[in-house]
Design a protein around this ligand. Structure first.
Ligand SMILES: Cc1ncc(C[n+]2csc(CCOP(=O)(O)OP(=O)(O)O)c2C)c(N)n1
Ligand SMILES: [Mg+2]
Length: 710
């Protein structure tokens, strides 16, 4: 039965299904109208799709929206947020505190819908994870949701392969549904992610494509005429079609097709009418991103057979209908699962303990017991090499630390090499080494998806290609997900590959992102400390920036211990009595250069201090006393040294300090020549330090003279 015919012809004939669908529609319209901003058209069109999925299929318990084996629903069209808020409201999803304690209150009360898009409302403009319970991932930047859904689906396959056991085959068997539109389909990230999902044969993944032919500028004929079905068949997906978004039976059939497809992901292409039922706006871009207007809302309600003047109206029986559908089914499944997990704990106590810790973002006991110490060595090793050793030592004791690279693992050294770690593939979902392919942007979103299911993911690549994945990384930070990004080839130290491969402004980019922790360690022992810090993070993504080339392993009997890294910056070498005339501040490979300069200055009787500053964010988090102890405000002679843009460094060197930096793109040449060309030598640092001291002296004597005159 197509509910369209019923709704438009005979209001009296409304079934409860249709009433629920129309409740979703009208709540969405009213929310947008009250806010006088938002996107009404797509929730109106897709209400039957969402209703069919949630009420008939989704294995989701509104009373416990964080139950680990729940099906996930991802609204990749984040602008249609009112669709999700209406569902969360009508199904009475409970709010969950950040520490996983289920609370009694509802996540989206009617008042939240009435205050859609207002400050502090549980219904912000786009769905935000960790803000509104029941929102599985933050969406808004088109394409991110679908790509993230691939990560969620991968995580489920990995969990199933590791934790499902005989008698417990269904411990992890959840499905992932993502609702997307023309925008998601156009964004390149969806192609990257869909290609990988097809390759990995993720049969637990279902994308629903809202084929409404409308985007902001008008009809999709303006810019999008590709054959989506053929494209996805090419990716190895199962593709099915529903010709009318109002046809609940055809929708149900499509979802059943998804369930019975065991060797591929499924794409359901649904033809819909944006702004369905609004007489002047249906099928136009005018229904996309602005309120319908009071009169149009009234007319649409009339079309639905709805009381025209009622706002935020939920007819009797609607809540109860959802309780009897998704509510009852979800609770039964959830309770049965927890009963099984009790049994599981008895039979597999170690695995159950792993799951408990993982799901609470805790680490196993003694996780750091094998982290290596590195002896002093003037020749040293590349920080990517020391990182490989530390990562592998940690991975031994953290079984759910999993990840990989965008085809650069041999260079980024992120492979987990221990026996049995294996490669994640369609044939081996238990593998811990992932091959994301050359798909940086999707890799970022997939890492977010993995992290949302609470395994601990890392991804790696060349630092320069961070530019390709910033969109996903921003969502890691916004969602407060502890994703680990390992980037190597961090500077002109790359040498011959030249300016296309030499990061300059990337550190500044990363440091400017709220909530992201960037660490550029100076040597092998700082690398160990960096991993220690990163692995203990709960709510922050971290970027580890590593060298391709060898750097000396600093003699810690002579200089300060690397444990100072945890505070972001620390005094590595100091002037006698802790009274420096000049402070040299550096990160990563430039720290060793500063130590050389320091030795030279010391020989000449110049009192210098070297501060290793691997992480601005960790340092800025310290109290004022510590920060002032490391960088005493009265010592204004300061030199920063970093093979990158100086953007932001004046925060630490002051307006009078000097920044040894790179103000252009790099160049292709052997490293030695590059260091010369760009002026990275101990001599230059020594000279800069002396100039700084002289300048400060001249200034203070001028002040003195002026004072005399006064
Ligand atoms: C990456 C990105 N670019 C641009 C936008 C702005 N934007 C929001 S919705 C939209 C049009 C989306 O069209 P479609 O996915 O077909 O959604 P519909 O209008 O059908 O609801 C655009 C361009 C965005 N949210 N994300
Ligand atoms: Mg569209």
């Amino acid at each position: 039965m197509s509910i369209a015919t019923v709704s438009l012809s005979s209001p009296v004939l409304q079934t409860m299904d249709l009433t629920c669908v129309n409740a979703i529609r009208t709540l969405s319209m009213d929310g947008v109208q009250a806010a006088n901003s938002g996107h009404p058209g797509t929730p109106m069109a897709l209400a039957p799709v969402a209703y069919c999925l949630w009420q008939q299929f989704l294995r989701f318990d509104p009373q416990d929206p964080v139950w680990p084996n729940r099906d996930r629903f991802v609204l990749s069209i984040g602008h249609a947020s009112m669709l999700l808020y209406s569902l969360l409201h009508l199904t009475e999803v409970r709010a969950v505190s950040k520490d996983y304690e289920t609370l009694g209150e509802v996540s989206v009360p009617l008042d939240a819908i009435k205050s859609f898009r207002q400050l502090d409302s549980r219904c912000p403009g786009h769905p935000e994870y960790r803000w509104t319970s029941g929102v599985e991932t933050t969406t808004g930047p088109l394409g991110q949701g679908v790509a993230t859904s691939v990560g969620i689906a991968i995580a489920r396959q990995w969990l199933a392969a590791r934790y499902n056991r005989p008698g417990f085959e269904g411990l992890f068997d959840f499905n992932v549904y993502a609702l997307c539109g023309d925008g998601c389909m156009m964004e390149g990230i969806s192609s990257e992610a869909a290609s990988l999902a097809g390759h990995l044969k993720l049969s637990n993944l279902c994308w629903i494509y809202d084929n409404n032919h409308i985007t902001i500028e008008g009809n999709t004929s303006l810019a999008f005429t590709e054959d989506v079905a053929t494209r996805f068949i090419g990716y190895g997906w199962n593709v099915t079609r529903v010709g009318d978004a109002n046809d609940l039976e055809m929708l149900a059939r499509a979802f059943r097709t998804f369930h019975s497809t065991k060797d591929r992901p499924t794409l359901i292409i649904v033809d819909s009418h944006i702004g369905y039922g609004a007489p002047h706006k249906q099928d136009t871009s005018g229904a996309h991103g602005e309120p319908l207007g009071e009169e149009e809302v009234r007319l649409a309600k009339r079309n639905y057979g709805w009381p025209e003047d009622k706002k935020f109206f939920v007819p009797e029986g609607v809540y109860d209908h959802f309780r009897q559908g998704i509510g009852k089914r979800g609770k039964q499944l959830r309770d049965a699962w927890f009963a099984r997990i009790g049994e599981y704990r008895k039979q597999y106590p170690e695995l159950a303990e792993e799951l408990f810790r993982m799901q609470h973002r805790q680490l196993p006991e003694g996780w750091d017991r094998e982290l290596p110490e590195f002896p002093a060595d003037p020749k040293g090793l590349a920080t990517r090499e020391s990182s490989a050793k530390v990562l592998n030592a940690a991975a031994k004791n953290i079984p759910w630390l999993i990840g990989g690279s965008a085809d650069l693992a041999p260079s980024t050294k992120t492979r987990i090499t221990q026996e049995g770690a294996g490669d994640f593939s369609a044939e081996n979902y238990a593998g811990r080494n992932f091959h994301f392919g050359i798909r940086e942007h999707a890799m970022g979103a997939i890492l977010n998806g993995l992290s949302l299911v609470k395994v601990r993911p890392f991804g790696s690549g060349f630092f320069i290609f961070v530019d390709y994945m910033r969109g996903s990384m921003r969502l890691s930070a916004l969602m407060e997900l502890p994703v680990i990004y390992v980037f190597t080839h961090d500077s002109i130290g790359v040498g011959e590959d030249g300016p296309t491969h030499q990061p300059i402004e990337q550190l500044a980019h990363m440091r400017s992102m709220p909530g992201l922790i960037v660490i550029r360690p100076a040597d092998a022992n700082e690398v160990r400390e960096a991993w220690k810090v990163i692995l203990q993070l709960h709510h922050e993504p971290a970027v580890l920036v590593l060298t391709r080339q060898a750097v000396p392993t600093i003699d810690r009997t002579k200089y300060a211990p690397a444990s100072g890294l945890a505070r972001g910056a620390y005094i590595l070498a100091d002037a006698p009595g802790g009274e420096p005339e000049v402070i040299l501040i550096a990160t990563g490979s430039e720290v060793a250069l500063c130590l050389e300069a320091y030795e030279q200055l010391s020989k000449e009787g110049v009192r210098a201090r070297v501060v290793s500053m691997p992480s601005w964010e960790l340092f800025d988090d310290q109290d004022r006393n510590y920060r002032d102890a490391v960088l005493p405000p009265h010592v204004k002679a300061r030199v920063s040294v970093e093979e990158a843009s100086d953007f932001g460094w004046s925060k630490y060197t002051g307006s009078e300090g000097h920044n040894v930096c790179i103000e252009s793109f790099g160049a292709s040449a052997p490293l030695k020549q590059l260091l010369k060309k760009f002026g990275f030598s101990a001599e230059r640092i020594v000279a800069a330090a002396k100039t700084q001291i002289a300048q400060q002296r001249a200034q203070s004597s001028t002040i003195g003279e002026n004072n005399d005159i006064v």
